[in-house]
Design a protein around this ligand. Structure first.
Ligand SMILES: *Cc1c(COP(=O)(O)O)cnc(C)c1O
Length: 230
């Protein structure tokens, strides 16, 4: 068995052993990985692939992968036109402006709906973009999202401060933020906006996916634990 194959098996085993009461999908994060490495992960059963950069992704993923390909990095407005042609979903919708631009492009091309996720900056870190993890902010944004008929909000992608090599106290803070984000997601889901089914909670990376699954994550984004250090 290849290293990539055994790494994916190990992650699946951990998920199974945790026996969460919901399904957990695995996204292989393939930034800085070759097409060959990425294809190996797909052949070994990851559910989808995620890329951070539009350009890098286009170079790597033509021809397209056999699983859905999502953008998980910040989208610049000048790349919107490439993004809607290339990706199956943009999980990193982090501003009203980008929602406007996506919707406008899709309208111009007479396209149907395009899948997006709302990006939440759970730790409100300066270095990251996204909406604050506040129920009223997120709810209000989703409420007015009906004005973008070409966007379907399929989920929330949440980012957290790195917790590895930090104190127990810092780790506990991240675990708490994850629980709160899980609750925020469930509350917004209950709103029942037809344009925002929010079936997915994308939360957890290599170092913290077990906490994330505990807190309700339905999709983990894993790079290092599949492919090794970058
Ligand atoms: C790089 C990246 C990941 C994967 O990180 P690992 O620690 O390598 O698992 C997940 N999500 C986002 C948004 C990323 O940029």
């Amino acid at each position: 068995m290849s290293v990539i194959a055994s790494n994916i098996q190990r992650i699946r085993d951990i998920i199974d052993r945790m026996h969460p009461d919901h399904a957990v999908a695995i996204m292989a994060v393939t930034k800085n990985r070759t097409r060959q490495e990425a294809d190996e992960a797909i052949n070994r059963g990851v559910d989808l692939v995620g890329e951070n950069r539009v350009q890098e992704s286009i170079a790597k993923w033509i021809p397209r992968p056999s699983v859905p390909l999502h953008l998980i990095g910040h989208l610049q407005t000048n790349k919107v036109k490439y993004a809607i042609d290339h990706f199956d979903a943009v999980d990193s919708l982090d501003s009203e402006k980008i929602a406007e631009q996506l919707n406008r492009r899709l309208a111009e091309q007479s396209r149907g709906t395009f899948k997006v996720m709302l990006q939440i900056n759970a730790g409100m870190e300066e270095s990251k973009t996204g909406f604050p993890p506040h129920c009223d902010v997120v709810r209000n944004f989703l409420l007015q999202a009906s004005k973008w008929p070409h966007l379907e909000f399929i989920g929330i992608m949440a980012l957290f401060p790195r917790a590895i090599d930090t104190s127990e106290q810092e780790k506990e803070k991240v675990r708490k933020l994850m629980k709160e984000t899980g609750e925020l997601w469930r509350m917004c889901q209950l709103e029942g906006f037809p344009w925002a089914p929010l079936t997915t909670l994308s939360m957890g990376m290599s170092e913290d996916y077990e906490w994330a699954i505990d807190a309700g994550s339905t999709l983990i984004r894993v790079g290092t634990s599949i492919f090794g250090p970058r």
